[in-house]
Design a protein around this ligand. Sequence first.
Ligand SMILES: [Zn+2]
Length: 355
Amino acid sequence: MVHCWSQEQIRRAGSLRFRKADSARGVRIHDLSLEPLFTQTSCAVDCILASFSRESRVHIAGPRAKSILIHPRQTRPMVCRAFISVDMEGVNGVVSPDQATPGRRNYEFARRLMIREANAAVRGAYRGGATEVLVNDSHDGMLNLKREDIDGRAELISGSHKKYSMMEGLDDSFSCAMFVGYHSMASGWGVLSHTMSGHLSKVRVNNYPGSEGVLNAMLAGSMNVPVTLVCGDELAVGEVLEACPAARKVIVKNSIDRFAARNSALAEVENKIEEEAALAVSGAKNTEPFRPRPPIEVEIEFSQPSIARRANLSGLLEFRPPSSVIIRADNGHDAWVAFRGAISLAATARDPDYG
Ligand SMILES: [Zn+2]
């Protein structure tokens, strides 16, 4: 049984004649010209056939005429899933812990801006051809994006305790992953720069900067998903582009200090995010996932030697004095999971007053 044709097969067929059983009118014969599909891929044919509600016998007219049996379950509707991970520190207008920490005085203001950027990316994703969009709240306790305020077409993952954290929900069925509101890595000049938490001084992944964006791109790459858009300040964007040079970018602010930035015009930023997200989805097929060459070496430098020692409580990592541990893995998934485990363990050694 054939249910998917190559472009050449479509061209040769020319038109389709099919019988469709209809309980009211008996069997009806339909003719369908394939000419509009000559420039499309075989997926377009699948999509049309997916609309049949029951088994149909289809006759392909043309020099190589033959009958084929189509069953709805064998057809493959065209699906394009887009994943959007949304953090807050890299959002236009957000520069201070007073804005980025839930419960603080300026938090609600920053939250509204985060929601607006997320929605701009969702609109763009649909414009670019996404049929499904999944948004993952990726900041702090991950309860920032209010369901009623996020574009109603998109699904939303809220809350923490997620295996893949900022990348929860992603799998190899997605066409692309996009980063909105991302910030730069610890120890830099970027706005609100850090890597996952405050007790890490620096991370490197092989020869790449170990920002959250780069680490998350590595996890996506292990699922064969390319990162196609990154939005944030100029340093956050630059770090991700080192690993994902073909990703689209939107620089929403320029860093003046770790706690100050020159924010771009808001309307311009939102338009740009929508535009670039559309291109990020439509061009995803041509974008390479980030897969650092194995063996992958992740070096984590902590703020204190005692924290590094706690991170290596299992003894399975390499301790590098004075305050680093080294993770080695054969693939991006294992490297990412080991990284997350090490920093979670390390956090238990941190003193609230002395760090
Ligand atoms: Zn954050």
